[in-house]
Design a protein around this ligand. Structure first.
Ligand SMILES: Cc1ncc(C[n+]2csc(CCOP(=O)(O)OP(=O)(O)O)c2C)c(N)n1
Ligand SMILES: [Mg+2]
Length: 402
């Protein structure tokens, strides 16, 4: 028998033994015969397999006589609030009034900004825009669980996170218009925001590239902290269900797990990757089950429950830092709007879809305008300045309207 073939056969026996243990596939069992080396207690010895012990159970795991095929189906959603907004006992968020108002403002402002900029694109003032209607709670909930030093790697539909961190309506407009005040000076497409001051890495168009970038950053942050001390910092990486179908997703999770990097992967599972519904993308029960397969703890939350999102990300952040592990959070949500202004979602889903309703923030704004504008035309301007963040109060102009 040719020497190489004999070596491969010998390798195959050893590989089969490693798999048959039902334990983890041992890398050394795979690599050693192919390299013509064996693993010794001091590393690899170079004697082409002579004297190798055939280990049936290298990890000393238990054998079983029950044949069990693993499956992850119907993973439940963690939620804190019910449909009526009632918080479950024992799960109170423990958030102060100021913080709660900031979260609420972020959700309303995001919805209103989306409406204005979407309409501006329709009027030909912008070349492109993407709304986040229906996903506002994932923004406010996750952003509020972070510390300012945490670095964010977003996809493109997370404008509320950046808004929560302090990006102004003016800055959003500068970027979307590509004017002189835009840091990229118009060299990026609209919605490709970024801010060094706010630790928000610039959005990158090729899908899922932010995942390995986030892991690299998290690994560097961990090494920096180990070597030089400093603040506890994690990387939070947002991505969509469609991005999870890219190879970068798998590489990133494996890389993060093996390097034990403090990164929180936050999947916005909004049901669609442009026109492809989730059930045509994957046969698995969403994204959450993929975490444990890579050694990454994972949780699924109700993405419409801002407190559940906040609690999950806060716990994931704690685990990332204290247990030195990446964590996967899958938020189940819904893309209420079109994918982008280049898309017409009515061509691939029912017209009477709930996502075609006006965003809640817009309804609130209109209601406020109706109530106040009747009494005072200046109230419209006051409301507009409240939305844009220029004014914290709706100051009275003397007409009696508050
Ligand atoms: C590498 C790559 N492939 C394809 C695209 C085109 N593309 C842009 S967004 C998108 C769908 C992404 O869906 P998802 O990750 O679920 O995010 P969502 O738009 O739903 O927020 C696709 C396929 C791209 N930008 N990059
Ligand atoms: Mg999606």
């Amino acid at each position: 028998m040719p020497r190489n073939l004999a070596r491969l056969r010998h390798g195959a026996r050893r590989i089969g033994g490693a798999i048959g243990t039902r334990g983890r596939l041992r890398q050394d069992a795979l690599a050693a015969p192919l390299l013509g080396r064996r693993r010794s207690s001091r590393g690899y010895a170079s004697d082409a397999g002579a004297g190798v012990t055939f280990q049936t159970n290298p990890d000393n795991r238990e054998f079983t006589r029950t044949m069990e095929f693993l499956n992850y189906d119907d993973v439940p959603l963690f939620r804190v609030m019910d449909e009526d907004g009632v918080v479950a006992e024992g799960l109170e968020p423990g958030v102060g009034k100021e913080e709660a108002i900031k979260m609420h403002e972020t959700m309303v402002r995001t919805a209103v900004m989306d409406h204005i900029l979407h309409e501006a694109q329709r009027q030909g003032r912008l070349s492109f825009y993407m709304t986040a209607s229906g996903e506002e709670a994932t923004h406010a909930g996750s952003a509020s669980a972070l510390e300012p030093q945490d670095v964010v790697f977003a996809q493109y539909r997370e404008q509320g996170v950046l808004m929560y961190r302090g990006f102004t309506f003016q800055q959003f407009c500068n970027q979307c218009c590509g004017n002189a005040a835009d840091p990229a000076k118009g060299r990026q497409m609209p919605v490709h925001y970024g801010s060094t001051e706010l630790n928000y890495h610039t959005i990158s168009s090729p899908l899922a590239t932010q995942l390995p970038h986030a892991v690299g950053a998290a690994y560097a942050l961990k090494l920096e902290r180990q070597m030089m001390g400093g603040e506890d910092t994690i990387a939070l990486c947002f991505f969509g269900d469609g991005a999870a179908s890219e190879g970068d997703f798998h590489a990133a999770l494996n890389f993060a797990a093996t390097t034990q990097s403090p990164v929180v992967f936050f999947c916005r599972n909004n049901g669609y990757a442009i026109s492809t519904p989730i059930e045509e993308q994957m046969a698995s029960d969403g994204i959450v089950a993929r975490g444990p397969a890579y050694g990454v703890p994972a949780v699924r939350v109700d993405g419409n429950d801002v407190w559940a999102v906040r609690a999950a990300v806060a716990e994931a952040r704690r685990m990332a830092l204290e247990e030195s592990t990446p964590v996967l959070v899958e938020a189940i949500t819904y893309r209420m709007g079109h994918h982008s202004t280049s898309d017409d979602s009515q061509r691939y889903r029912p017209v009477r879809s709930p996502r075609l309703r006006a965003p809640p923030g817009l309804a609130l704004l209109l209601w406020q305008l109706v109530l106040t504008a009747r009494a005072c035309p200046f109230a419209v301007f006051r409301t507009a300045s409240w939305i844009s963040g220029r004014s914290r109060t709706t100051r009275s102009c003397g007409c009696g309207t508050t």
